[in-house]
Design a protein around this ligand. Structure first.
Ligand SMILES: [Zn+2]
Length: 403
């Protein structure tokens, strides 16, 4: 590891990066790697590099050799034509994270954690997750020959378990308060030398920085006005904002985009605290939304996300289930089929375009966090249209459709 410190995001107490530490022992707030002040991009052939080689100077580890990479990152930034015109916004871009090896942004953080875990000599890794992160950790654990523990909720339906089980991790169905399992797993990890790479651990935040780095390169270092991130635990938006900050430190960009937390009304603890101008998150009671991937009633990085938004002059906005479904359908008009949680960012853009936050002069990046194929059940809520034809009438049916 490089000569960097971990520090508490709240009380600023320092910790060693050579240990697996997640929370501050004084205030229980998340730890973060200190900010990188200088650096440059390692230009090269991105078909041969991995993200940690290209952005090596901004990473806390010396190199990515510890990782058996599966081609994470380097995802496309797709410019919208239809939606930008429809909603009269200068530019809407979709950062399509579903083109990662396990179809979500989680692969970036998982691989960063894996490099750290291997450098620290861990042979066992684990996570607590109900979807994207479980699949990611199970796949990378398998590929990198590490014993992998995935703890899931006992009520998780079989069709969601199978795509994780295919990688053959130890799958543990947990019967108890799933919300507290984040903290419990850290204790289990300590006792059993398992590196629990949960949602907002410091290296996951480091992995998410690469989303910001790529956006900078893809936009020729001319920054968008807003970056909208579907937000659950809070690790991803923290990483993206930190990435922009570090590129600004290094003189690669002049400004940092405003960050927008996007949540579903059915589970919006960060939005609630933001609107109440509160400094602390409160548990969101009876969460219920189709955006399962961001259904976290007590986000472990919630307080830090509130602090980050205040510094960044950002916003937190929630949208209804109907708005999410509509945005999912609209995104498909651009050729992108994201899971409901992914559509929350576009739904938020459409909602606030009606107000004064986003104007017709603004450029916006929506983070599309994961694939629609992860949750096909939701398709029942869309108006899916098909036509019937047989050998006798197929010519006529197609001709009539053309009209
Ligand atoms: Zn602290």
């Amino acid at each position: 590891m490089k000569e960097l410190k971990l520090f508490c995001t709240h009380c600023k107490k320092e910790f060693e990066i050579e240990e697996f530490l997640v929370r501050c022992d004084i205030c229980n707030e998340p730890l973060e790697v200190e900010e990188i002040k200088y650096g440059n991009i390692h230009e090269g052939n991105s078909l041969k590099q991995n993200i940690f080689e290209r952005y090596q100077e901004f990473m806390p580890f010396e190199n990515g050799n510890e990782l058996i990479s599966m081609g994470e990152g380097f995802t496309p930034l797709i410019k919208s034509h239809y939606l930008a015109e429809k909603y009269s916004i200068k530019n809407i871009f979709f950062k399509n994270e579903m083109q990662n090896p396990t179809w979500s942004f989680k692969d970036r953080g998982t691989s960063a954690c894996l490099i750290h875990a291997k450098e620290l000599g861990y042979k066992k890794i684990g996570t607590v997750s109900t979807g994207n992160m479980a699949a990611s950790v199970a796949a990378y654990g398998r590929k990198n020959k590490l014993e992998t523990f995935v703890i899931i909720n006992k009520n998780m339906p079989e069709e969601k378990i199978e795509p994780i089980a295919i990688y053959e991790p130890h799958l543990i169905k947990y019967d108890g308060d799933y919300g507290n399992l984040y903290y419990k797993s850290l204790e289990i990890g300590k006792d059993n030398h398992i590196y629990f790479m949960n949602s907002d651990v410091p290296m996951r935040v480091e992995g998410s920085k690469t989303i910001a780095f790529e956006i900078c390169e893809q936009l020729d270092f001319i920054m968008p006005d807003y970056v909208v991130v579907p937000t659950s635990a809070g690790g991803n938006i923290r990483g993206i904002e930190k990435g922009f900050r570090e590129f600004k430190n290094a003189g690669l960009i002049k400004s940092i985009p405003k960050m927008i937390v996007a949540q579903a009304e059915g589970c919006s603890p960060i939005v609630k605290a933001f609107e109440n101008k509160s400094e602390r998150i409160e548990r969101f009671m009876n969460p219920r939304t189709i955006a399962h991937a961001i259904e976290n009633p007590l986000p472990p990085s919630g307080n830090q996300v509130l602090r980050m938004l205040r510094k960044n002059s950002g916003y937190a906005v929630s949208v209804s289930e109907e708005e999410i479904i509509e945005a999912q359908s609209l995104m498909a008009k651009e050729g992108i089929f994201g899971q409901p949680a992914s559509a929350v960012s576009l739904a938020v853009v459409i909602k606030i375009r009606k107000g004064e936050i986003i104007t017709s002069e603004d450029s916006v990046v929506c983070i599309v966090t994961g694939s629609g194929l992860k949750y096909t059940e939701v398709l029942k809520q869309h108006k899916i249209k098909t036509e019937k034809a047989d050998q006798m009438n197929i010519d006529r049916v197609i001709t009539e459709l053309k009209i």
